[in-house]
Design a protein around this ligand. Structure first.
Ligand SMILES: Nc1ncnc2c1ncn2[C@@H]1O[C@H](COP(=O)(O)OP(=O)(O)OP(=O)(O)O)[C@@H](O)[C@H]1O
Ligand SMILES: [Mg+2]
Length: 526
């Protein structure tokens, strides 16, 4: 009876040639035929399977059900995929279980009803589907993060600038004859400002994460930037690890320096945190740079604990961390990767348990030289508060006594909180008018020509900052250099393109009031 199937050399060859693992069982569920692929897949030799119940290939926990399913199939045989809607598992000789897809075909031969099955190992397919789901989840998460970051930004701008103002105000009490402010008031305000700054940094990180937003790109000397980044961590690393530098000659890369510094810092801090015990003798952080074709290669390695195999796939996920609460948020590497990608680069790593980890960052090099101002025509962007911090000393308010005329400023921002804070912050040296609507701003600017400066929010409902600018330009092109744009950074493509075409400074929220004042002065003086 079996002869037509088993003994026909042609059919045997045919079965062997199939890419899938194939087997045939009789109506009693006993194995009568397998091909080599099936032997390999399940780890059994042919003779070990011949005549055995098919359940030998099924994990124990599914065996009793399997017999029932098999009866059903014999009752109404037709070619179909097995176990629609269920995930199926195979069991190898050594007990390892793996996901499979199985298609069944009835093979009637005389009075016997054989069933042929093709078995496919879908471990890889399942894994990539899971990766895809994870990627989709990340996109959703990033979109959410960007939305939240955007919503937080305006109130945060108000909080930060108001705290600046409050601090300035209490520190001038003495000057106006009042007694010194109580120390705890100054402390409380300073702490609040520091905390608000941290929120600002998180918001900024979210943005980079979600949109791969880059700042202003310019040619950067990577070795120099690495040195500057190292200074920032030097103190905290001094006793816990030795730092070894092997810098090669490099071409510059196009990057936003503070952002690229953040990339280096994130990886350096991780390296510094990779040691279980502090020991400047045993522990080493090695930083090497060299050219790799047209790319600049930066390696940051440590001989710390290494990254366990099980989490290697996840370390770039936002909020994935193995560190204690307060130690790490799990954002470092995800932000790092977004920035590196946005610069057209790549970040990879190698790790071995207890031997250490090397992160490798490759960035495209540029032929622009770091000496050149690039692009030469753009005025500098006023830095965001977290970056600028105490860097700019406040200019003397009245260099020549009584000589300065007051500057007239129009602030246009749909967020009244932001607009008022700006007005308050500039009140000492400027007369400020506020408008919260782009349409009104256009009307005002077409009748009122006395403003020295227009501080205009870019993203406003219906009439945007770009609309205001374009409309005013048609009537009074000479006022082009009076415009300064304010932005929450969440550029639309149109917004981005607009900023590339206009030659106007951009202030990012949350801003540092002192930086805005300095900008207002320098623009008004022109
Ligand atoms: N050099 C390293 N050695 C060992 N583990 C590392 C190293 N770099 C990263 N990791 C692992 O990857 C995880 C994610 O790193 P990531 O920088 O994204 O977040 P974090 O350091 O935990 O927190 P954050 O950077 O937000 O402070 C870490 O928690 C750690 O488990
Ligand atoms: Mg980190």
């Amino acid at each position: 009876l079996l002869d037509p199937i088993v003994n026909d050399a042609f059919i045997r060859e045919f079965i062997e040639a199939a890419p899938d693992a194939l087997l045939v069982v009789d109506s009693g569920g006993r194995i009568v035929l397998v091909n080599t692929q099936l032997e390999h897949l399940f780890g059994y030799a042919r003779h070990e399977l011949a005549g055995k119940a098919i359940e030998i290939l099924v994990p124990e926990r599914f065996r009793s059900n399997h017999e029932g399913y098999r009866m059903d199939f014999v009752g109404s045989p037709r070619t179909r995929a097995m176990g629609a809607g269920r995930s199926l598992w195979g069991r190898k000789k050594d007990g390892v279980e793996f996901p499979v897809e199985i298609s069944l075909s009835p093979v009637p031969a005389g009075s016997e009803h054989f069933v042929a099955a093709a078995v496919r190992d879908v471990t890889e397919a399942r894994r990539s589907a899971a990766t895809l789901r994870a990627a989709e989840r990340l996109v959703a998460l990033a979109t959410l993060a960007a939305g939240i970051a955007h919503e937080i930004n305006n109130p945060l701008t108000t909080v930060m600038a108001s705290l600046d103002l409050a601090l300035e105000s209490v520190s001038s009490w003495r000057a106006i004859g009042a007694s010194a402010p109580p120390a705890e008031l100054v402390e409380a305000l300073t702490d609040a400002k520091q905390a608000a700054k941290t929120v600002g940094e998180i918001v900024q990180s979210m943005r980079v994460l979600a949109r791969g937003e880059t700042g202003r790109l310019q040619p950067v000397d990577v070795n120099k930037l690495l040195d500057q980044s190292l200074i920032l961590i030097a103190n905290s690393v001094k006793y816990s690890a030795r730092i070894v530098k092997e810098f090669g000659d490099l071409a510059p890369v196009m990057a936003d320096p503070p952002q690229l510094a953040q990339v280096f810092l994130n990886v350096l801090v991780n390296a510094a945190q990779a040691f279980s015990e502090a020991s400047a003798v045993r522990n080493e952080i090695r930083i090497a740079t060299r050219m790799d074709g047209a790319r600049v290669l930066i390696e940051i390695g440590d001989n710390g604990r290494g990254i366990p195999e099980a989490i290697r796939e996840r370390i770039f996920e936002p909020f994935f961390t193995t560190k204690d609460v307060g130690q790490g948020m799990g954002l470092g590497l995800s932000i790092t990767r977004s920035i590196v990608k946005a610069l057209g680069g790549e970040i990879t790593f190698e790790s071995a348990a207890h031997r250490g980890t090397v992160f490798r960052i490759a960035l495209p090099s540029t032929s622009f030289s770091t000496e050149a101002e690039w692009p030469a025509t753009r005025p500098p962007i006023a830095a965001t508060a977290p970056r600028a911090s105490a860097a700019q000393p406040d200019e003397d308010v009245s260099p020549r006594k009584g000589a300065r005329k007051r500057i007239r400023v129009l602030v246009i921002d749909d967020d009244i909180g932001v607009a008022r804070t700006l007005a308050r912050g500039l009140a000492k040296e400027c007369d400020v008018d506020i408008l919260t609507d782009g349409r009104e701003a256009i009307d005002r600017l077409s009748t009122e020509h006395g403003y020295d400066l227009v501080l205009c929010d870019l993203m406003m409902p219906s009439v945007t900052g770009a609309d205001v600018y374009r409309e005013v330009m048609t009537k009074r092109p000479e006022s082009a250099d009076r415009f300064v744009f304010i932005t929450g950074g969440a550029f639309t493509d149109a917004g981005r393109r607009f900023l590339e075409t206009v030659d106007a400074p951009v202030v990012r929220k949350p801003f540092d009031l002192r930086a805005v004042r300095a900008l207002v002065r320098s623009r008004a003086r022109r």
